[in-house]
Design a protein around this ligand. Structure first.
Ligand code: R1P
Ligand code: URA
Length: 299
Protein backbone atom coordinates (compact mmCIF):
# COMPACT_ATOMS: atom_id res chain seq x y z
CA UNK A 1 0.00 0.00 0.00
CA UNK A 2 1.55 3.34 -1.04
CA UNK A 3 1.68 6.17 1.51
CA UNK A 4 -1.03 8.84 1.11
CA UNK A 5 0.26 12.40 1.72
CA UNK A 6 -1.95 14.41 4.10
CA UNK A 7 -3.76 17.63 3.13
CA UNK A 8 -1.58 19.62 5.54
CA UNK A 9 1.62 18.43 3.80
CA UNK A 10 0.63 18.48 0.12
CA UNK A 11 -1.51 21.60 0.04
CA UNK A 12 -3.77 21.91 -3.00
CA UNK A 13 -6.22 24.66 -3.89
CA UNK A 14 -9.87 23.82 -4.69
CA UNK A 15 -8.81 23.92 -8.38
CA UNK A 16 -6.21 21.20 -7.73
CA UNK A 17 -3.20 23.53 -7.93
CA UNK A 18 -0.12 23.43 -5.69
CA UNK A 19 -0.50 26.03 -2.93
CA UNK A 20 2.35 28.57 -3.23
CA UNK A 21 3.03 28.38 -6.97
CA UNK A 22 -0.71 28.14 -7.80
CA UNK A 23 0.07 25.80 -10.69
CA UNK A 24 -1.55 22.59 -11.96
CA UNK A 25 0.76 19.80 -13.22
CA UNK A 26 -0.29 20.46 -16.84
CA UNK A 27 0.91 24.10 -16.57
CA UNK A 28 4.56 23.25 -15.90
CA UNK A 29 7.16 22.68 -18.64
CA UNK A 30 10.06 20.22 -18.15
CA UNK A 31 12.57 23.07 -18.57
CA UNK A 32 12.25 25.80 -15.96
CA UNK A 33 13.97 29.17 -15.71
CA UNK A 34 13.92 30.68 -12.22
CA UNK A 35 14.43 34.40 -11.62
CA UNK A 36 14.37 36.25 -8.30
CA UNK A 37 12.35 39.27 -9.36
CA UNK A 38 8.70 38.70 -10.43
CA UNK A 39 9.12 41.60 -12.90
CA UNK A 40 11.94 39.64 -14.60
CA UNK A 41 9.46 36.90 -15.67
CA UNK A 42 8.14 39.06 -18.53
CA UNK A 43 11.72 40.02 -19.47
CA UNK A 44 12.19 36.30 -20.27
CA UNK A 45 8.75 35.43 -21.69
CA UNK A 46 8.78 38.39 -24.08
CA UNK A 47 11.17 36.24 -26.16
CA UNK A 48 8.76 33.25 -26.21
CA UNK A 49 6.98 32.27 -29.46
CA UNK A 50 3.75 31.85 -27.46
CA UNK A 51 2.64 32.06 -23.83
CA UNK A 52 0.13 29.30 -23.02
CA UNK A 53 -0.52 30.17 -19.37
CA UNK A 54 0.30 32.65 -16.62
CA UNK A 55 -0.10 32.40 -12.84
CA UNK A 56 0.80 34.45 -9.79
CA UNK A 57 0.51 33.91 -6.05
CA UNK A 58 2.60 36.12 -3.74
CA UNK A 59 6.13 36.48 -5.21
CA UNK A 60 5.76 33.32 -7.31
CA UNK A 61 4.87 34.38 -10.84
CA UNK A 62 4.89 31.91 -13.76
CA UNK A 63 4.70 32.21 -17.54
CA UNK A 64 4.72 28.92 -19.50
CA UNK A 65 5.20 28.92 -23.25
CA UNK A 66 7.59 27.96 -26.00
CA UNK A 67 10.89 29.41 -27.15
CA UNK A 68 11.95 28.25 -30.65
CA UNK A 69 9.49 25.39 -30.18
CA UNK A 70 10.89 24.27 -26.78
CA UNK A 71 8.39 24.34 -23.90
CA UNK A 72 9.70 26.43 -21.00
CA UNK A 73 8.25 27.75 -17.72
CA UNK A 74 9.76 30.90 -16.22
CA UNK A 75 9.04 31.26 -12.50
CA UNK A 76 10.03 33.94 -9.98
CA UNK A 77 11.29 32.66 -6.63
CA UNK A 78 11.55 35.97 -4.79
CA UNK A 79 14.69 36.49 -2.72
CA UNK A 80 16.55 33.90 -0.69
CA UNK A 81 17.15 30.24 0.16
CA UNK A 82 13.94 29.88 2.20
CA UNK A 83 11.92 30.47 -0.98
CA UNK A 84 14.03 27.88 -2.81
CA UNK A 85 12.80 25.26 -0.33
CA UNK A 86 9.20 26.11 -1.28
CA UNK A 87 9.75 26.38 -5.03
CA UNK A 88 11.79 23.18 -5.39
CA UNK A 89 9.46 21.06 -3.27
CA UNK A 90 6.44 22.32 -5.21
CA UNK A 91 8.10 21.94 -8.64
CA UNK A 92 9.00 18.38 -7.70
CA UNK A 93 5.47 17.70 -6.43
CA UNK A 94 4.01 18.96 -9.73
CA UNK A 95 5.83 16.22 -11.66
CA UNK A 96 6.42 13.45 -9.13
CA UNK A 97 3.28 13.32 -6.98
CA UNK A 98 -0.12 12.16 -8.20
CA UNK A 99 -2.39 14.96 -6.91
CA UNK A 100 -5.56 12.83 -7.17
CA UNK A 101 -4.19 9.91 -5.19
CA UNK A 102 -1.79 12.07 -3.08
CA UNK A 103 0.89 9.45 -3.70
CA UNK A 104 4.45 9.55 -5.04
CA UNK A 105 4.46 8.37 -8.65
CA UNK A 106 6.23 5.08 -9.49
CA UNK A 107 8.07 6.67 -12.41
CA UNK A 108 9.89 9.86 -11.42
CA UNK A 109 10.60 12.82 -13.73
CA UNK A 110 13.75 14.97 -13.73
CA UNK A 111 13.42 18.67 -14.45
CA UNK A 112 16.05 21.04 -15.89
CA UNK A 113 16.08 24.15 -13.69
CA UNK A 114 18.13 27.17 -14.74
CA UNK A 115 18.51 30.23 -12.53
CA UNK A 116 18.98 33.60 -14.24
CA UNK A 117 19.90 35.86 -11.34
CA UNK A 118 21.99 38.84 -10.33
CA UNK A 119 25.11 38.57 -8.20
CA UNK A 120 28.03 40.52 -6.75
CA UNK A 121 31.57 39.74 -7.94
CA UNK A 122 33.99 39.23 -5.05
CA UNK A 123 37.32 39.62 -6.83
CA UNK A 124 38.47 42.29 -9.36
CA UNK A 125 38.35 39.92 -12.39
CA UNK A 126 34.65 39.27 -11.85
CA UNK A 127 33.78 42.64 -13.33
CA UNK A 128 30.33 44.17 -13.46
CA UNK A 129 28.26 43.25 -16.54
CA UNK A 130 30.01 39.87 -16.97
CA UNK A 131 28.12 36.56 -17.03
CA UNK A 132 29.22 33.90 -14.56
CA UNK A 133 28.11 30.25 -14.35
CA UNK A 134 28.37 28.72 -10.89
CA UNK A 135 30.35 25.46 -10.99
CA UNK A 136 29.82 24.97 -7.25
CA UNK A 137 27.73 26.63 -4.56
CA UNK A 138 28.89 27.15 -0.98
CA UNK A 139 25.75 27.32 1.15
CA UNK A 140 25.88 29.44 4.28
CA UNK A 141 22.13 29.01 4.78
CA UNK A 142 20.67 26.09 6.74
CA UNK A 143 17.85 24.82 4.47
CA UNK A 144 19.68 21.66 3.38
CA UNK A 145 20.48 20.65 6.97
CA UNK A 146 16.83 19.76 7.60
CA UNK A 147 16.98 17.01 4.96
CA UNK A 148 18.33 13.47 5.26
CA UNK A 149 20.66 11.77 2.79
CA UNK A 150 22.75 14.82 1.97
CA UNK A 151 26.01 12.85 2.47
CA UNK A 152 26.34 11.98 -1.21
CA UNK A 153 25.34 15.48 -2.30
CA UNK A 154 27.76 17.57 -0.28
CA UNK A 155 31.45 18.00 -1.10
CA UNK A 156 32.55 17.66 2.54
CA UNK A 157 36.26 18.15 1.84
CA UNK A 158 35.55 21.48 0.16
CA UNK A 159 33.28 22.66 2.97
CA UNK A 160 35.78 21.67 5.68
CA UNK A 161 38.57 23.50 3.90
CA UNK A 162 36.30 26.61 3.75
CA UNK A 163 35.45 26.29 7.46
CA UNK A 164 39.14 25.95 8.40
CA UNK A 165 40.29 28.88 6.26
CA UNK A 166 37.61 31.31 7.38
CA UNK A 167 37.58 30.03 10.98
CA UNK A 168 33.85 29.96 10.39
CA UNK A 169 31.75 30.94 13.40
CA UNK A 170 29.52 27.88 14.10
CA UNK A 171 26.84 30.25 15.47
CA UNK A 172 26.29 31.48 11.88
CA UNK A 173 25.63 28.15 10.14
CA UNK A 174 27.28 24.92 9.01
CA UNK A 175 28.67 25.66 5.52
CA UNK A 176 28.05 23.05 2.82
CA UNK A 177 29.27 22.75 -0.76
CA UNK A 178 27.37 21.31 -3.76
CA UNK A 179 28.51 20.99 -7.38
CA UNK A 180 26.49 22.16 -10.39
CA UNK A 181 24.88 19.64 -12.71
CA UNK A 182 27.64 18.71 -15.14
CA UNK A 183 25.43 18.30 -18.23
CA UNK A 184 23.75 21.71 -17.82
CA UNK A 185 27.12 23.31 -17.03
CA UNK A 186 28.43 22.05 -20.36
CA UNK A 187 25.29 23.04 -22.26
CA UNK A 188 25.18 26.59 -20.87
CA UNK A 189 28.92 27.35 -21.12
CA UNK A 190 30.12 29.54 -23.98
CA UNK A 191 31.65 27.88 -27.01
CA UNK A 192 34.37 29.08 -29.36
CA UNK A 193 31.71 30.31 -31.78
CA UNK A 194 30.17 32.70 -29.22
CA UNK A 195 30.87 36.38 -29.60
CA UNK A 196 33.39 37.99 -27.24
CA UNK A 197 30.66 39.91 -25.41
CA UNK A 198 28.95 36.64 -24.53
CA UNK A 199 31.96 34.84 -23.02
CA UNK A 200 30.92 33.46 -19.65
CA UNK A 201 33.14 33.18 -16.61
CA UNK A 202 32.90 30.10 -14.43
CA UNK A 203 33.26 30.30 -10.68
CA UNK A 204 32.45 29.30 -7.15
CA UNK A 205 29.42 31.04 -5.70
CA UNK A 206 28.61 31.83 -2.07
CA UNK A 207 24.93 31.67 -1.19
CA UNK A 208 23.93 33.41 2.01
CA UNK A 209 20.73 34.36 3.81
CA UNK A 210 21.02 38.14 3.49
CA UNK A 211 22.26 40.91 1.23
CA UNK A 212 23.91 43.21 3.79
CA UNK A 213 25.62 41.73 6.88
CA UNK A 214 25.66 38.16 5.51
CA UNK A 215 27.48 39.44 2.38
CA UNK A 216 29.82 41.65 4.42
CA UNK A 217 28.08 44.95 3.55
CA UNK A 218 28.08 47.74 6.13
CA UNK A 219 25.67 50.65 6.05
CA UNK A 220 25.04 51.52 9.73
CA UNK A 221 25.05 48.11 11.46
CA UNK A 222 28.58 46.94 12.32
CA UNK A 223 29.63 43.38 11.47
CA UNK A 224 30.83 40.80 13.98
CA UNK A 225 33.57 39.78 11.53
CA UNK A 226 34.84 42.83 9.64
CA UNK A 227 37.25 40.59 7.66
CA UNK A 228 34.53 38.31 6.26
CA UNK A 229 34.95 39.27 2.59
CA UNK A 230 38.76 39.35 2.88
CA UNK A 231 38.65 35.75 4.20
CA UNK A 232 36.33 34.75 1.33
CA UNK A 233 38.67 36.38 -1.23
CA UNK A 234 41.81 34.70 0.11
CA UNK A 235 40.25 31.20 0.24
CA UNK A 236 41.63 28.65 -2.25
CA UNK A 237 40.61 25.05 -2.87
CA UNK A 238 42.81 23.19 -5.36
CA UNK A 239 43.85 26.63 -6.72
CA UNK A 240 40.19 27.63 -7.27
CA UNK A 241 38.77 30.72 -5.58
CA UNK A 242 35.37 32.09 -4.63
CA UNK A 243 34.12 34.45 -7.33
CA UNK A 244 30.70 35.82 -6.35
CA UNK A 245 27.96 36.19 -3.77
CA UNK A 246 24.20 35.84 -4.04
CA UNK A 247 21.25 34.21 -2.27
CA UNK A 248 19.91 31.07 -4.04
CA UNK A 249 22.49 28.98 -5.93
CA UNK A 250 23.82 26.49 -3.34
CA UNK A 251 20.32 25.78 -2.01
CA UNK A 252 19.10 25.17 -5.56
CA UNK A 253 21.99 22.81 -6.25
CA UNK A 254 21.32 20.93 -3.01
CA UNK A 255 17.56 20.64 -3.45
CA UNK A 256 17.91 19.66 -7.13
CA UNK A 257 20.36 16.86 -6.34
CA UNK A 258 18.27 15.68 -3.37
CA UNK A 259 15.12 15.40 -5.51
CA UNK A 260 16.79 14.09 -8.69
CA UNK A 261 16.62 17.23 -10.85
CA UNK A 262 19.34 19.12 -12.74
CA UNK A 263 20.14 22.73 -11.84
CA UNK A 264 22.50 25.42 -13.04
CA UNK A 265 22.91 29.04 -11.91
CA UNK A 266 23.61 31.80 -14.43
CA UNK A 267 24.68 35.08 -12.82
CA UNK A 268 24.61 38.60 -14.24
CA UNK A 269 27.32 40.36 -12.25
CA UNK A 270 25.83 43.70 -11.21
CA UNK A 271 28.18 44.67 -8.35
CA UNK A 272 31.90 44.29 -7.76
CA UNK A 273 32.81 44.20 -4.11
CA UNK A 274 36.56 44.62 -4.65
CA UNK A 275 36.24 47.86 -6.64
CA UNK A 276 33.05 49.01 -4.90
CA UNK A 277 31.27 49.49 -8.23
CA UNK A 278 27.71 48.78 -9.41
CA UNK A 279 26.61 48.25 -13.01
CA UNK A 280 25.53 51.40 -14.83
CA UNK A 281 22.99 49.38 -16.81
CA UNK A 282 22.01 46.24 -14.90
CA UNK A 283 18.75 45.69 -16.89
CA UNK A 284 20.77 45.58 -20.15
CA UNK A 285 23.19 42.99 -18.69
CA UNK A 286 20.31 40.89 -17.35
CA UNK A 287 18.57 41.06 -20.74
CA UNK A 288 21.79 39.95 -22.49
CA UNK A 289 22.11 37.00 -20.07
CA UNK A 290 18.46 36.06 -20.68
CA UNK A 291 19.02 36.02 -24.45
CA UNK A 292 22.27 34.06 -24.06
CA UNK A 293 20.61 31.49 -21.78
CA UNK A 294 17.53 31.03 -24.00
CA UNK A 295 19.74 30.50 -27.03
CA UNK A 296 21.88 27.92 -25.21
CA UNK A 297 18.86 26.04 -23.81
CA UNK A 298 17.29 25.76 -27.24
CA UNK A 299 20.46 24.63 -29.09
C1 R1P B 1 19.29 40.41 -3.94
O1 R1P B 1 19.20 41.67 -4.49
C2 R1P B 1 18.74 39.35 -4.89
O2 R1P B 1 19.45 39.44 -6.14
C3 R1P B 1 20.05 38.19 -6.46
C4 R1P B 1 20.21 37.53 -5.10
O3 R1P B 1 20.46 36.15 -5.22
C5 R1P B 1 18.95 37.93 -4.38
O4 R1P B 1 17.85 37.13 -4.72
O5 R1P B 1 19.31 37.39 -7.36
P1 R1P B 1 17.99 37.84 -8.18
O6 R1P B 1 18.37 39.07 -8.94
O7 R1P B 1 17.67 36.71 -9.08
O8 R1P B 1 16.90 38.08 -7.17
N1 URA C 1 22.67 40.07 -5.46
C1 URA C 1 23.30 39.73 -4.31
O1 URA C 1 22.81 38.91 -3.54
N2 URA C 1 24.47 40.36 -4.04
C2 URA C 1 25.01 41.30 -4.81
O2 URA C 1 26.05 41.84 -4.48
C3 URA C 1 24.33 41.63 -6.01
C4 URA C 1 23.16 41.00 -6.31
Amino acid sequence: MRHTIKQSELILTPEGKIYHLDLAPSQLAPTIITVGDPDRVKMVSKYFDTIECTAQHREFKTHTGTYRGKRISVISTGIGPDNIDIVFNELDALVNIDFEKRQIKKKLTSLDIIRIGTSGGLTPEVEVDRFLISTLGIGLDNVMHYYDKTDKIFNRDFAQSFIDHTQWNPDNSVPYAVEADKSLLKKLSSSTTDGEEQKTLQGITITNVGFYGPQGRVLRAKLKDENLNEKLSSFRYKKKRITNLEMETATMYGMAKLLGHRAISMNAIVANRASGTFSENAPRTIDALIQYTLRKISE
